[in-house]
Design a protein around this ligand. Sequence first.
Ligand SMILES: C[S@@+](CC[C@H](N)C(=O)[O-])C[C@H]1O[C@@H](n2cnc3c(N)ncnc32)[C@H](O)[C@@H]1O
Length: 259
Amino acid sequence: MNKKNCYDHPVYYELAFSFRDIPYEVGVIQHTIKEFSRCEVRSLLELACGPSQHMIELSRHGLQFEGLDINQAMIDYSKEKAKAVGIDAIFHKQSMAEFRLERQVDYVFIALGDLYVRSNEELKSHLCSVASALRQGGLFLLDWCIQFEPAKMFKLEGDSWEVKKDDIHLQAHVVMKPFDHPHQLFEEQLDIEVKDRGDSLSLSSYSVKRAIYPQEFLALIKNMGQFEFIGWWNNWSLDKPLLASTEDIFRPITLLRKL
Ligand SMILES: C[S@@+](CC[C@H](N)C(=O)[O-])C[C@H]1O[C@@H](n2cnc3c(N)ncnc32)[C@H](O)[C@@H]1O
């Protein structure tokens, strides 16, 4: 059977990744703003926003939401979602590897490891794009994105989970496999089997990403001279900085500030 692209089915994608505690994560974002920003934070741009899962909660806290994605179906879905609850959100159809905004934002966010770059050049142009999109003193938060514990991320069997809601039953499986070590490339295969009332649907997506390791990331940031490294923490917990003794790294967050 021909599989369809997950990203062309935002409803099922959103449900498959609904395991996150969005109010808690938005609380952490607010905490970073209070503690570390050096400008008034009124707007937030989510890169590779997909169905914009944090949008409603962020807007509830007074932040103007902007989303950037290359997939039109995801942008249309996010726009409809915003319209349905009366949020005045802004969307950009561009690649996060190189983008330009007309107006700067005060906060940039990437969720769940969605940093889509495939080479050194793309990584640099991505960081330069973020630097020019972000106001001085604003923050850049990366959820996962950096491969602190590659052996765990690249485990052969990947990760599987199930979600049931109303009459919809999803089985999701994601596996990440390195295939070009000198260029630090890995492939990410996501499969979602959907049973929606009487209908069955097989969805999948395949991406190639360049792995980013912590010390090369710090060196790159230092060389660029556009960001200040603020810190990195385990599992979205600002009271758990990543240390030599940290075991079981899961959903680490990294925070930079625009100089
Ligand atoms: C796995 S979804 C995640 C959405 C969101 N980050 C979340 O955590 O729910 C990945 C999204 O990244 C988008 N994407 C992939 N490559 C991209 C690129 N180069 N620039 C912008 N968006 C991209 C896809 O279209 C898709 O909507």
